[in-house]
Design a protein around this ligand. Structure first.
Ligand code: SAH
Length: 474
């Protein structure tokens, strides 16, 4: 490590900026955004900077004369960007009087360098590579941007506002640390990160006993996270963050191992899965596990295939959590039907041709027997069926009896967004055979004219798609 990262207070004196063009302007903006007063020597004499408001412009001093004879007393730092050869001479002057200096892209002449920055208000992350590779620094910054909550700065600010009050109420430092951890990991922290600062302020104000809050069990938190259909890159940024924070992850069989791999390395992983023909531990037992883990103070993630609220029993789980007084949040995921549509290019709606979408489940033949098929005969409705493979014959009968054409395009999309994904397309009349061809599930059925636009249909029936597209254009 050649450069020590420190945070410089720019409010205590002017900064000298020497240089011109885009490079100088970019540095000027950066310095101004950190509240600096900038004495600028524009080496081409052009001082115009677009997009600065009057207050900010007031902090730019347009310096006259030769920067090489500039008075350096009281100056916090010297910065050369787009300054040409003057940069090195300026650097020598600054070094001689012990003022930090940076010459852009010339680490050898600089006594400090600029990191790549993640700026979240009070929370700032600086990434440096010792001047070796700004591109690598930017990559690292992008990674950090992706996992840091957007409102993490608000959280720091919130805690900052309460810090002195809580310090008086909880003089013991270890108790105070526990207190803040509980706040950050619990419902109050979640409120701030969700942009509900008022509600967080109220909750903190209304805490009856701060010490008891810090010591109490049961401050855990459950997050229902939609894992998406399989591809781990389809996790939401928020879902990923929850996984990386979790102490324990309860997951379904539908969750792919690649998604599970994104959990924190030392998090406990517990399978609570259930698949057709194989009993799981039962919903009540799952609810109990979530509640117990939260009451033990853990950060719990309940990881569910697709979206928690699409045939995922997420509603039942949060009802149980509410009843048990356990704080929770729900993070959506990409449901399998949408994953299938994107992967195989099935536009679920199509202007004038497909105006409605129905998501339904037909788990077993009995369930399928309970579906009101007559509600699904509208040819402008796309029907997406979950858990429909074993009931494919009943689905076919139901739709045909209700009057849907046997030639309606259908697709069976198995293991969507996974490496072994498979699609089979055909017509409603052949649905049971098509369902058999995908071998193992899970699989989604999509029924409706839009399937004729899908990639597998285009590949299988080049002439049919043409007529479909012509119809759509009418
Ligand atoms: N909550 C899930 C659905 C759970 S129900 C979601 O939003 O996707 C289980 C059914 O989802 C399976 O029977 C299958 O129909 C569908 N499914 C889940 N993952 C799938 C995948 N990767 N490929 C195809 N279908 C999938």
């Amino acid at each position: 490590m050649r450069f020590l990262p420190v945070f410089l207070d720019l409010h205590v004196g002017p900064i000298i900026l020497v240089g011109q063009g885009e490079a100088a302007q970019a540095k000027l903006r950066l310095l101004l955004s950190a509240g600096a007063h900038v004495r600028w020597y524009a080496t081409d004499g052009r001082y115009d900077v677009t997009g600065l408001d009057a207050n900010t412009s007031a902090r730019v001093e347009r310096a006259e004369g030769d920067p090489l004879t500039a008075d350096l007393s009281n100056v916090i730092a010297v910065l050369c960007a787009g300054a040409g050869d003057i940069g090195q001479v300026m650097a020598a002057r600054a070094r001689a009087v012990g003022i930090p200096v940076n010459v852009m892209d010339e680490a050898a002449h600089s006594t400090f360098i600029f990191p790549a920055i993640v700026d979240r208000g009070d929370v700032v992350v600086a990434v440096g590579t010792g001047g070796t590779s700004p591109v690598v620094a930017r990559r690292v910054r992008e990674r950090i941007e992706a996992v840091l909550p957007a409102r993490i700065g608000d959280l720091a600010g919130f805690i900052g506002r309460w810090r002195d009050t809580i310090k008086q109420r909880l003089p013991d430092i270890s108790l105070r640390r526990k207190f803040w951890e509980r706040v950050i990991d619990g419902a109050i922290g979640a409120d701030v990160l969700a942009g509900r600062v008022d509600s967080a302020e109220r909750a903190l104000k209304n805490l009856p006993n701060h010490a008891a809050f810090a010591e109490a069990d049961g401050q855990g938190f459950v997050t229902l996270v939609g894992a998406g259909p399989g591809d781990p890159d389809l996790l939401t940024v928020k879902g990923l963050r929850a996984l990386q924070d979790a102490d324990v992850v309860f997951y379904d069989d539908l969750v792919s191992p690649e998604v599970l791999d994104r959990a924190r390395r030392d998090a406990t992983r517990v399978s609570v899965g259930r698949r057709i023909g194989k009993p799981g531990i039962g919903q009540d037992a799952v609810n109990r596990l979530l509640i117990e883990a939260a009451r033990a103070g853990q950060r719990v993630v309940r990881l569910k295939g697709g979206d928690p609220f699409v045939f995922g029993r997420g509603g039942e789980e949060i009802a149980a959590l509410r009843e048990a007084n356990v704080a929770y949040a729900v993070i959506p995921g990409i449901t399998a039907g949408l994953g299938a549509a994107a992967e195989w290019e099935v536009p679920l709606t199509f202007r004038k041709k497909a105006l409605r979408i129905t998501f339904l489940t037909a788990h077993k033949a009995e369930d399928a027997g309970n579906v009101d098929w007559s509600a699904l005969t509208d040819t402008k409705m796309t029907v997406v069926v979950y858990m429909g493979i074993t009931a494919a014959a009943t689905i076919r009968e139901g739709l045909l009896a209700a009057g849907r054409s046997p030639q309606t395009p259908v697709g069976v999309f198995a293991r969507v967004t996974r490496p072994d994904a498979k699609s089979v397309v055909g017509v409603l009349n052949d649905l049971p055979d098509l369902a058999k061809q995908v071998e193992t599930g899970p699989a989604i059925l999509i029924i409706g004219d839009v399937v004729a636009h899908s990639a597998p249909w285009r590949n299988a029936n080049p002439e049919k798609i043409l007529s479909q597209l012509l119809m759509a254009a009418e």
